[in-house]
Design a protein around this ligand. Structure first.
Ligand SMILES: [Zn+2]
Length: 423
């Protein structure tokens, strides 16, 4: 679609979205009124810059259904982000939303090379997270043969990949390297497999990691991007040029803003991605601050697609960590510790990547008396903290209790989060 036609479509869809929100969601009605936005008189996309932002906190404050723009009777699917109550975002989809979502994921898989002829193995967790089902519906929409293998039991994943002649692997990039490691342990050469494509997302990765995956598995490895707050996977994805992610601009308006001034950065410079949905019915958002840092890639793509491109995610403008593909905020861990100990004990969050697997360790200081003579009590406390963290975060956690004053020596700069992964 030529840019001019695309912009006209975006404008019409933006008007419809604002009308929907202004009519059905009290939170947005108030915000639009405060910002003096006359959405019926919107004539140009440049008006986007006068619209209010939506933050993660806004979503949390309206937990669970406060920002839904349709009654629950019209919602056919509910997903959510990780986190305990107060830190969770609940998102809903109408039947039409699911159809659009499937179409967009199919588009991304297609850009990555996948066709109806392919056997697609999806090794994302099939849970309340958007990754598993989002990719699943998209791959079915494309007409591929889908294997919903989900996560867990890696050797079985590999046996199925070999026996079912899987041609496309869909998972996190670190999981792809883990699979390559286990194949080596099993004495299986990836060239004996039928794999051609790897479609990877849900966590940040580097160009070096792409080369390693491509070489070890003998595949074309592409990146894709999405987040539950605006839909899930399907917001942007790379074509086989492997040089930036095409943004599905007919369904999303993506801005790249300076994190301080919240004004657009010059084209090609790094800033925060801010996303406005254009077709969502159940859960539309205006100018959602993703806190993900990236840059737009100017110029046409040799593949011929006219959709604009963005870089891979280059970092975060807040302290969120992505561990095993799951979003983790240090504040979640801190609130569990305060809950259990009754007071705020010094702690450190350490993230490592060992054999392509993320490991989360939480070190907590305990009083000297508990540390020196009450081993049983220590074990019990450590187990309680571990159970609560695993429940709240949804990923494995190691807990280490240490003596008072240990942690300040451990890291002189007093940083609470030590991320040793080289992302
Ligand atoms: Zn392209």
């Amino acid at each position: 679609m030529p840019r001019e036609d695309l912009e006209q479509l975006q404008l019409e869809r933006l008007q419809a979205t604002l009308y929907r929100l202004g009519t059905h969601v009290p939170f947005y009605r108030r915000k639009l009124r405060e910002a003096r936005v006359d959405y019926e008189a919107l004539t140009s996309l440049s008006a986007l810059q006068s619209l209010p932002f939506t933050s993660k906190e806004d979503l949390h404050e309206n937990y669970p259904y406060g920002l839904f723009a349709v009654p629950l009777r019209d919602v056919v699917r509910i997903h959510s982000t990780s986190g305990n109550a107060g830190m969770t975002t609940v998102v809903g989809y109408t039947r039409n939303d699911i159809k659009n979502w499937s179409d967009l994921v199919a588009r991304i898989l297609s850009s990555a090379g996948v066709t109806a002829e392919d056997v697609v193995q999806i090794a994302y967790d099939y849970g309340i997270f958007t990754g598993g089902l989002g990719l699943h519906y998209g791959a079915e929409r494309l007409g591929a043969s889908v294997i919903p293998i989900s996560s867990g039991n890696i050797k079985r994943q590999i046996r199925i990949m070999r026996d079912f002649k899987t041609t496309a692997l869909v998972c996190t990039p670190s999981h792809a390297l883990k699979l390559a490691d286990v194949m080596m342990d099993m004495g299986l050469n990836p060239s004996e497999l039928s794999l051609k494509y790897g479609v990877f997302g849900a966590e940040p990765w580097s160009e070096a990691m792409r080369l390693e995956i491509a070489e070890r598995l003998g595949i074309i490895a592409t990146d894709n991007y999405g987040l539950a707050e605006v839909m899930g996977p399907g917001v942007a994805g790379e074509c086989r040029e492997c040089n930036g992610l095409h943004i599905n601009e007919d369904h999303f308006l993506v801005e790249v803003l300076d994190t301080q001034t919240l004004q657009p950065v010059p084209p090609g410079e790094i800033g925060e991605l801010v996303v406005t949905t254009l077709t969502k019915e159940a859960f539309p958002v205006i100018r959602y601050r993703t806190r993900d840092l990236a840059r737009l890639i100017p110029g046409p793509c040799p593949c011929g697609r006219t959709l604009g491109r963005m870089s891979r995610i280059l970092g975060r403008s807040d302290d969120m960590l992505i561990i095993k593909g799951v979003n983790v905020f240090p504040a979640q861990i801190e609130s569990v510790l305060t809950d259990i100990n009754g007071t705020e004990s010094p702690y450190r969050i350490i993230v490592d990547r060992e054999q392509h697997e993320d490991k989360l360790t939480v070190m907590v200081e305990v009083t000297e008396s508990l540390f020196s003579d009450q081993i049983r009590k220590q074990w019990a406390l450590s187990a309680t903290i571990q159970d609560r963290l695993i429940t709240d975060l949804g990923i494995p956690v190691q807990v280490k209790l240490v003596e008072e004053k240990t942690l300040e020596r451990f890291d002189s700069k007093g940083k609470k989060v030590i991320d040793n992964r080289k992302l």
